[in-house]
Design a protein. Structure first.
Ligand code: DX5
Ligand code: ZN
Length: 224
Protein backbone atom coordinates (compact mmCIF):
# COMPACT_ATOMS: atom_id res chain seq x y z
CA UNK A 1 0.00 0.00 0.00
CA UNK A 2 1.33 3.44 -0.97
CA UNK A 3 1.47 5.80 2.00
CA UNK A 4 -0.57 9.00 1.87
CA UNK A 5 0.63 12.24 3.45
CA UNK A 6 -1.35 15.31 4.33
CA UNK A 7 0.30 18.71 3.89
CA UNK A 8 -1.92 21.18 5.75
CA UNK A 9 -1.93 24.61 4.07
CA UNK A 10 -1.86 27.60 6.41
CA UNK A 11 -3.24 30.02 3.82
CA UNK A 12 -6.73 30.15 5.31
CA UNK A 13 -5.53 30.40 8.92
CA UNK A 14 -5.67 33.75 10.70
CA UNK A 15 -2.09 34.87 11.43
CA UNK A 16 -2.83 34.99 15.18
CA UNK A 17 -3.99 31.38 15.16
CA UNK A 18 -1.05 29.77 13.36
CA UNK A 19 0.47 28.11 16.41
CA UNK A 20 -2.74 26.41 17.50
CA UNK A 21 -3.53 25.32 13.90
CA UNK A 22 -0.05 23.83 13.55
CA UNK A 23 -0.24 22.11 16.93
CA UNK A 24 -3.49 20.41 15.94
CA UNK A 25 -2.23 18.93 12.68
CA UNK A 26 1.19 17.97 14.01
CA UNK A 27 -0.52 16.13 16.89
CA UNK A 28 -2.47 14.19 14.26
CA UNK A 29 0.74 13.10 12.56
CA UNK A 30 1.26 15.68 9.79
CA UNK A 31 4.80 15.38 8.45
CA UNK A 32 4.64 18.53 6.29
CA UNK A 33 3.39 22.08 6.67
CA UNK A 34 2.47 23.64 3.31
CA UNK A 35 3.42 27.31 3.13
CA UNK A 36 2.01 29.36 0.23
CA UNK A 37 4.07 32.26 -1.07
CA UNK A 38 2.61 34.72 -3.61
CA UNK A 39 3.88 37.87 -5.22
CA UNK A 40 2.09 40.68 -6.98
CA UNK A 41 3.45 39.64 -10.36
CA UNK A 42 2.60 35.93 -10.62
CA UNK A 43 -0.65 36.07 -8.62
CA UNK A 44 -1.58 39.73 -8.20
CA UNK A 45 -1.52 39.77 -4.41
CA UNK A 46 0.75 38.62 -1.62
CA UNK A 47 0.19 36.02 1.11
CA UNK A 48 2.85 35.32 3.73
CA UNK A 49 6.12 37.20 4.17
CA UNK A 50 9.64 35.92 4.80
CA UNK A 51 9.25 36.85 8.46
CA UNK A 52 5.95 34.95 8.66
CA UNK A 53 7.86 31.91 7.45
CA UNK A 54 10.58 32.27 10.08
CA UNK A 55 7.88 32.54 12.74
CA UNK A 56 6.04 29.45 11.41
CA UNK A 57 9.25 27.44 11.17
CA UNK A 58 9.84 27.93 14.90
CA UNK A 59 6.34 26.64 15.66
CA UNK A 60 6.98 23.02 14.62
CA UNK A 61 9.58 20.37 13.76
CA UNK A 62 8.08 18.84 10.60
CA UNK A 63 9.02 19.56 6.98
CA UNK A 64 8.40 23.01 5.53
CA UNK A 65 6.87 22.54 2.09
CA UNK A 66 7.16 25.97 0.47
CA UNK A 67 4.98 26.59 -2.59
CA UNK A 68 6.34 29.57 -4.52
CA UNK A 69 3.72 31.27 -6.67
CA UNK A 70 6.19 33.94 -7.68
CA UNK A 71 7.52 35.32 -10.95
CA UNK A 72 11.13 35.06 -9.78
CA UNK A 73 11.44 31.61 -8.20
CA UNK A 74 15.19 31.58 -7.56
CA UNK A 75 15.32 34.86 -5.62
CA UNK A 76 12.57 33.61 -3.31
CA UNK A 77 14.05 30.11 -3.09
CA UNK A 78 17.38 31.52 -1.88
CA UNK A 79 15.71 33.35 0.98
CA UNK A 80 13.45 30.42 1.96
CA UNK A 81 16.38 27.98 1.87
CA UNK A 82 18.37 30.37 4.05
CA UNK A 83 15.48 30.50 6.49
CA UNK A 84 15.29 26.70 6.72
CA UNK A 85 12.75 25.44 4.17
CA UNK A 86 13.30 21.77 3.32
CA UNK A 87 11.22 21.55 0.11
CA UNK A 88 10.77 24.37 -2.40
CA UNK A 89 8.35 24.14 -5.32
CA UNK A 90 8.18 26.71 -8.10
CA UNK A 91 5.83 27.12 -11.04
CA UNK A 92 6.53 25.88 -14.56
CA UNK A 93 4.67 28.97 -15.85
CA UNK A 94 6.94 31.38 -13.99
CA UNK A 95 9.86 30.75 -16.37
CA UNK A 96 10.08 31.33 -20.08
CA UNK A 97 11.67 28.16 -21.47
CA UNK A 98 12.88 24.69 -20.56
CA UNK A 99 16.56 25.65 -20.37
CA UNK A 100 15.72 28.26 -17.73
CA UNK A 101 13.54 25.73 -15.91
CA UNK A 102 16.32 23.13 -15.76
CA UNK A 103 18.77 25.80 -14.58
CA UNK A 104 16.34 26.82 -11.87
CA UNK A 105 15.91 23.21 -10.67
CA UNK A 106 19.71 22.81 -10.49
CA UNK A 107 20.20 26.15 -8.76
CA UNK A 108 17.53 25.43 -6.14
CA UNK A 109 18.95 21.97 -5.50
CA UNK A 110 22.37 23.54 -4.91
CA UNK A 111 20.77 25.48 -2.05
CA UNK A 112 20.56 22.13 -0.26
CA UNK A 113 16.78 21.66 -0.45
CA UNK A 114 14.39 19.29 -2.22
CA UNK A 115 12.94 20.70 -5.41
CA UNK A 116 9.42 20.60 -6.79
CA UNK A 117 7.77 22.03 -9.89
CA UNK A 118 4.09 22.85 -10.22
CA UNK A 119 1.66 23.30 -13.10
CA UNK A 120 -1.48 25.41 -13.15
CA UNK A 121 -4.78 23.82 -14.24
CA UNK A 122 -4.52 25.08 -17.82
CA UNK A 123 -0.98 23.80 -18.41
CA UNK A 124 -1.00 20.35 -20.05
CA UNK A 125 0.62 17.63 -17.96
CA UNK A 126 2.83 16.66 -20.92
CA UNK A 127 4.80 19.86 -20.32
CA UNK A 128 6.00 18.73 -16.92
CA UNK A 129 6.52 14.99 -17.58
CA UNK A 130 10.07 15.43 -19.01
CA UNK A 131 11.11 17.15 -15.77
CA UNK A 132 9.97 14.33 -13.46
CA UNK A 133 13.39 12.57 -13.31
CA UNK A 134 14.94 15.85 -12.09
CA UNK A 135 12.36 16.60 -9.40
CA UNK A 136 11.78 15.46 -5.84
CA UNK A 137 8.13 16.32 -6.22
CA UNK A 138 5.62 17.46 -8.80
CA UNK A 139 2.72 19.63 -7.67
CA UNK A 140 -0.48 19.41 -9.67
CA UNK A 141 -2.63 22.48 -9.03
CA UNK A 142 -6.27 21.43 -8.95
CA UNK A 143 -7.53 25.02 -8.71
CA UNK A 144 -6.19 28.29 -10.12
CA UNK A 145 -3.43 29.31 -7.71
CA UNK A 146 -4.08 32.34 -5.53
CA UNK A 147 -6.95 31.57 -3.19
CA UNK A 148 -8.11 28.89 -0.82
CA UNK A 149 -11.66 27.56 -0.79
CA UNK A 150 -12.11 26.92 -4.52
CA UNK A 151 -13.66 23.79 -6.04
CA UNK A 152 -11.47 20.90 -7.17
CA UNK A 153 -11.05 20.63 -10.96
CA UNK A 154 -11.65 16.95 -11.90
CA UNK A 155 -9.29 17.09 -14.92
CA UNK A 156 -6.49 17.07 -12.36
CA UNK A 157 -7.09 13.35 -11.77
CA UNK A 158 -5.96 12.54 -15.27
CA UNK A 159 -2.82 14.61 -14.79
CA UNK A 160 -2.03 12.75 -11.58
CA UNK A 161 -2.56 9.39 -13.34
CA UNK A 162 -0.20 10.34 -16.17
CA UNK A 163 2.52 11.40 -13.73
CA UNK A 164 2.02 8.21 -11.68
CA UNK A 165 2.35 6.03 -14.79
CA UNK A 166 5.56 7.76 -15.85
CA UNK A 167 7.05 7.69 -12.34
CA UNK A 168 6.28 4.00 -11.88
CA UNK A 169 7.37 2.99 -15.40
CA UNK A 170 10.71 4.74 -14.86
CA UNK A 171 11.18 3.65 -11.23
CA UNK A 172 11.41 7.25 -10.04
CA UNK A 173 10.99 8.38 -6.46
CA UNK A 174 9.34 11.69 -7.38
CA UNK A 175 6.38 12.40 -5.11
CA UNK A 176 3.08 13.63 -6.54
CA UNK A 177 1.44 16.44 -4.60
CA UNK A 178 -1.99 17.90 -5.36
CA UNK A 179 -3.22 21.28 -4.17
CA UNK A 180 -6.61 22.95 -4.29
CA UNK A 181 -10.12 21.94 -3.31
CA UNK A 182 -8.97 18.79 -1.53
CA UNK A 183 -11.47 17.25 0.88
CA UNK A 184 -12.27 13.69 1.99
CA UNK A 185 -13.83 12.80 -1.39
CA UNK A 186 -11.49 14.60 -3.82
CA UNK A 187 -8.47 13.66 -1.68
CA UNK A 188 -9.37 9.99 -1.84
CA UNK A 189 -9.87 10.24 -5.62
CA UNK A 190 -6.43 11.88 -5.96
CA UNK A 191 -4.82 9.17 -3.85
CA UNK A 192 -6.40 6.47 -6.03
CA UNK A 193 -5.18 8.31 -9.13
CA UNK A 194 -1.63 8.20 -7.72
CA UNK A 195 -1.07 11.21 -5.48
CA UNK A 196 1.25 10.87 -2.47
CA UNK A 197 0.76 14.23 -0.79
CA UNK A 198 -2.57 15.99 -0.33
CA UNK A 199 -2.51 19.72 0.42
CA UNK A 200 -5.52 20.71 2.51
CA UNK A 201 -6.49 24.15 3.69
CA UNK A 202 -10.13 25.08 4.13
CA UNK A 203 -11.30 21.47 4.47
CA UNK A 204 -9.30 21.21 7.71
CA UNK A 205 -8.92 24.60 9.34
CA UNK A 206 -11.72 26.51 11.00
CA UNK A 207 -13.72 23.35 11.73
CA UNK A 208 -14.40 22.07 15.24
CA UNK A 209 -14.17 18.50 13.92
CA UNK A 210 -10.71 18.97 12.33
CA UNK A 211 -9.48 15.75 13.95
CA UNK A 212 -12.32 13.67 12.44
CA UNK A 213 -11.80 15.29 9.05
CA UNK A 214 -8.07 14.56 9.12
CA UNK A 215 -8.53 10.97 10.19
CA UNK A 216 -11.35 10.34 7.74
CA UNK A 217 -9.13 10.99 4.76
CA UNK A 218 -6.26 8.87 6.11
CA UNK A 219 -8.61 5.95 6.82
CA UNK A 220 -10.26 6.26 3.39
CA UNK A 221 -6.86 6.09 1.63
CA UNK A 222 -5.62 3.22 3.81
CA UNK A 223 -8.64 1.20 2.73
CA UNK A 224 -7.79 1.67 -0.93
C1 DX5 B 1 -3.84 28.09 -3.50
C2 DX5 B 1 -2.83 27.47 -2.57
C3 DX5 B 1 -3.36 26.37 -1.75
C4 DX5 B 1 -4.53 26.70 -0.90
C5 DX5 B 1 -5.41 25.50 -0.94
O1 DX5 B 1 -3.21 28.84 -4.45
O2 DX5 B 1 -1.73 26.96 -3.31
O3 DX5 B 1 -2.34 25.71 -1.01
O4 DX5 B 1 -4.25 27.00 0.43
O5 DX5 B 1 -6.56 25.79 -0.24
P1 DX5 B 1 -7.83 24.85 -0.24
O6 DX5 B 1 -7.42 23.57 0.42
O7 DX5 B 1 -8.81 25.64 0.52
O8 DX5 B 1 -8.25 24.66 -1.66
ZN1 ZN C 1 -0.23 25.72 -2.23
Amino acid sequence: MRPVYIAPSLLSVNKNDLQSAINQVVALGAKFIHFDVMDKKFIGHESFSFDDFSRVKKMHHVLNDVHLMTADPYEYAKEYAKRGAEIITFHYEALKDDVTRVDCIDAIRKLGVKVGMSIKPRTPVEKIIPFLPMLDQVLIMSVEPGLGGQSFMPDSLNKIKKCREYIDANHLKTLIEVDGGINDITGHDCYLAGADLLVMGTYLFGHADLKDRYQKIIVACQHG
